[in-house]
Design a protein around this ligand. Structure first.
Ligand SMILES: CC(C)(COP(=O)(O)OP(=O)(O)OC[C@H]1O[C@@H](n2cnc3c(N)ncnc32)[C@H](O)[C@@H]1OP(=O)(O)O)[C@@H](O)C(=O)NCCC(=O)NCCS
Length: 314
């Protein structure tokens, strides 16, 4: 996580909002903001090196780097290539994956396919964002929600069948305009006019996004559990995308998740998009929320719309 903390009290000075409104509507108290000279690839490389140290994996061993992000350092080269250089993984192939807040689970599923097909042995999956670079700091509807950060995981083949038991993904492109950055791509390249019209900032229809998130996260979680023939009561820890406490509670209620099963850290980080569940997974491990052999359920939702869920045997 970047060092700089931006509190709700500081946001009160930027836009017409209040700590009470943000807390009751979202559960967020503070978020991290990357330094001006700290980019998505820097956050991603730090998370990657930490995961490699934890897993005892050297840079030489990494076969593939997947970076899930909507805030790449540049349109190209990919942030994954920049990370490859920063961590010295000279043998690795590298590409970015764009599935917005669902990116980490999309990345796990894609990485797993390379391992199951025996193409690669060691895949580094990173979720990393500098959302502060695309947030409109004059728009109180969105600027209170997002933050910067990165998380990483290493996938390797193992003889014993533990690890990622299933990952499912979904998308509905008809809802793309509800959460997007309209400018900067081939449809609307940067011009003085596009900048003046603030088209390079994130835009969101909050209420519609909220409703879709609850429905899609619930359905994705049910599908992942069904594929593994598991009941929610068998899951030790549920780690949902950390977008809004009310979304998490609504999904948790429908799934009949008990409060002690649920891991939430969004009060400290807000929504870090593709990094969100990766960071939460790391913190849940550090907090001793589960032990080897326990079952974990990850659930995500994001722009696209995209969604997904994964069951992991730790
Ligand atoms: C954004 C969100 C928190 C707004 O909560 P909500 O309960 O839907 O609130 P509403 O849209 O009804 O807004 C209520 C009022 O608060 C105002 N408001 C919005 N942001 C505000 C803020 N930061 N501070 C104070 N007031 C705010 C609105 O302008 C609106 O005022 P109005 O009634 O005068 O028009 C909520 O819709 C949400 O979380 N949506 C999903 C966002 C998300 O997770 N996106 C990423 C998915 S990956």
């Amino acid at each position: 996580m970047p060092a700089r903390i931006l509190t709700n009290a500081e946001l009160e000075k930027l836009v017409e909002t209040s700590d009470a409104w943000i807390t009751t509507r979202t559960g967020i108290k503070e978020r991290r903001i990357a330094a001006e000279d700290e980019f998505t690839s820097d956050l991603a490389a730090k998370a990657a090196l930490k995961a490699m140290a934890n897993g005892g994996v050297t840079a030489e061993q990494v076969d593939l780097i997947i970076v899930a992000t909507v805030t790449p350092d540049m349109l190209f080269p990919s942030t994954a290539c920049l990370v490859q250089e920063k961590i010295g993984a000279r043998r690795a192939a590298a590409f970015d994956l764009e599935a917005a807040c669902s990116g980490f689970i999309y990345g796990l599923e894609v990485g797993q396919q390379f391992i199951m097909s025996r193409t690669y042995d060691t895949v580094l999956v990173i979720g990393a964002e500098k959302l502060s670079s695309i947030v409109d700091w004059t728009d109180r509807n969105t600027c209170v929600l997002f933050g910067d950060g990165a998380g990483a995981a290493i996938l390797q083949s193992r003889a014993k069948a533990h690890g990622l038991l299933t990952a499912c993904m979904g998308a509905d492109g008809s809802k793309g305009s509800l959460l997007c950055v309209p400018g900067g791509g081939s449809r609307c390249p940067a011009t003085a006019d596009s900048v003046a019209r603030r088209l390079h900032y994130l835009r969101m229809e909050g209420k519609e996004t909220f409703k879709n998130a609850v429905q899609a996260m619930y359905a994705a979680a049910r599908e992942a559990l069904r594929r593994c023939a598991l009941d929610i009561s068998q899951i030790t820890c549920v780690i949902p995308h950390q977008a809004n406490r009310r979304i998490i509670e609504a999904v948790g209620e429908r799934l009949e998740v008990k409060p002690e099963q649920l891991f939430v850290n969004l009060e400290r980080y807000g929504n870090t998009s593709a990094a969100s569940v990766a960071i939460a997974l790391d913190e849940a491990v550090a907090a001793g929320r589960f032990k080897r052999g326990d079952l974990i359920l990850l659930i995500v939702f994001g722009a696209g719309f995209t969604w997904g869920a994964a069951v992991i045997e730790w």
